[in-house]
Design a protein. Structure first.
Length: 132
């Protein structure tokens, strides 16, 4: 690996990928926590912050994706956006199909919304430069 942090991340993801798939919902819910777009007291997401056991049946990608709004994403730094995308890329590279399938809607939804936000930012920048 080129950077130690990338090697560490991939090692940790490899360990997590070795867990049983029913143990992964909390990991995927907590993956979003550093972005600070979900409030602890919000209804659908509250389950993830207050329980150490979230079943695969209770995991709802839509409940977490509703926080990935253009406004929430716009408030994230570029560093957080790119870092999050790199983590998702590593997860897809490390996890096998059995472990990723239940969470694929969440991961793809996050990527699509982040890219949509970047496109909106670029369009706004183009509009502003044309105004000058």
């Amino acid at each position: 690996c080129q950077k130690a942090s990338i090697c560490h991340r991939k090692s940790i993801l490899s360990f997590i990928a070795g867990l049983d798939v029913v143990e992964l919902p909390l990991f995927f819910a907590l993956l979003i926590k550093p972005l600070q777009i979900v409030k602890k007291t919000d209804g659908p997401a509250n389950l993830f912050w207050t329980s150490d056991k979230v079943s695969i049946d209770e995991f709802q990608a839509d409940a977490l994706l509703e926080y990935f709004t253009l406004d929430n994403i716009a408030n994230l730094s570029w560093k957080k956006k790119y870092g999050f995308l790199h983590v998702i890329e590593d997860i897809i590279g490390v996890f096998d199909e059995l472990h990723i399938r239940p969470f694929l809607d969440l991961l793809v939804g996050c990527v699509v919304r982040l890219l949509e936000s970047c496109t909106s930012s670029l369009e706004w920048a183009s509009f502003r430069s044309a105004q000058l």
